[in-house]
Design a protein around this ligand. Structure first.
Ligand code: SAM
Length: 282
């Protein structure tokens, strides 16, 4: 039989990754890290029962919140402490078209104690709107925070690392133990700040190409690149970019991936200049 668990009379839904913050000190630390200013344009993902919503709204003229759970939406809209200032989107955040939320002359500040089951998906999704975002503050499971800040050669280094560091400067702020939540998750969490680069340090000509190359490389992360990228680059081309063909996906820096991707995006001109023939799909 299914065992139902309740918090403040709310039936906790595991499928929505519901772990509610119960530690007031941590809540205060999060609010000061966000440092809300009255006329900021702030969006909260997954307000839940309002653990962060209530304290942050005191500083704001208004706040947009996105919550998927119908019961929680009802409670939030009935909550007299916040309901005059909130704009509620009862939606799956993955279906929110953030370009429709853009305000003139105001970039979005997005924050949330993200549902852990889809936190990575949400971060990738928000990269689509990165030029309209001023900053993001997210509570994440430690393993995801580690992936965001990893360096080449580290175990956590992967696609999320490369894409996140492509778009943002990433600052881990503080660790939160599982006891600060109800129900407590199995893992510790980390509060992370992501600040989109004003100018992308190494721009990719074609993001689809960068995605494709990184995906291919990491499909089998233990394979050597000469094999995993063999349908795209010859070993000679890899060497031309200073990449040892015997190295693995996790050994290559973001900048090197971008150079590889750009070389195909630029293929025509490179071939024209006789720099090298790239064999694609042979
Ligand atoms: N902010 C609250 C807190 O800190 O106590 C709740 C955080 S809880 C980890 C995650 C919240 O995200 C829940 O309220 C959950 O219902 C909501 N949520 C889960 N999946 C969602 C989705 N796809 N779109 C919007 N909200 C979602």
């Amino acid at each position: 039989m299914m065992h139902k668990q309740f918090y403040k009379n709310h039936h906790i839904r595991k499928r929505f990754g519901q772990h509610f913050l119960i530690n007031v000190n941590i809540i205060n630390r999060i609010i000061s890290a966000i440092n809300p200013q009255s006329n900021d344009y702030i969006i909260e993902i997954g307000p839940g029962l309002g653990a962060l919503t209530e304290p942050i709204i005191k500083y704001l003229d208004n706040l947009t919140i996105i919550e998927i759970d119908r019961d929680l939406v009802r409670r939030l809209s009935d909550n007299n402490h916040i309901n005059k200032k909130i704009i509620i989107l009862e939606k799956d955040v993955m279906n929110v078209n953030f370009s429709k939320l853009i305000q003139k002359n105001k970039k979005m500040r997005i924050f949330g104690n993200l549902p852990y089951n889809i936190s990575t998906k949400i971060i990738f999704y928000l990269f689509n709107y990165i030029t309209f975002i001023k900053d993001m503050h997210f509570m994440l499971q430690k393993e995801v925070a580690d992936r965001l800040v990893a360096k080449p050669g580290e175990k956590s280094y992967g696609k999320l690392t490369i894409m996140a560091q492509y778009y943002c400067q990433i600052i881990p702020l503080f660790t939160i133990s599982s006891g600060s939540f109800f129900p407590s998750p199995n893992v510790d969490s980390v509060m992370v700040r992501l600040i989109p680069h004003q100018i992308i340090p190494y721009p990719a000509i074609d993001m689809c190409m960068l995605n494709f190359i990184v995906n291919e490389a990491f499909k089998k992360r233990r394979k050597i690149l000469r094999n995993s990228l063999k349908n795209i680059f010859t070993a000679e081309v890899l060497e031309l970019f200073g990449i040892c063909p015997l190295s693995r996906a996790e050994n290559i820096s973001g900048e090197q991936y971008i150079k590889l991707a750009n070389s195909i995006s630029n293929q025509y001109s490179l071939v024209k200049k006789n720099i090298f023939p790239i064999s694609i799909g042979h």
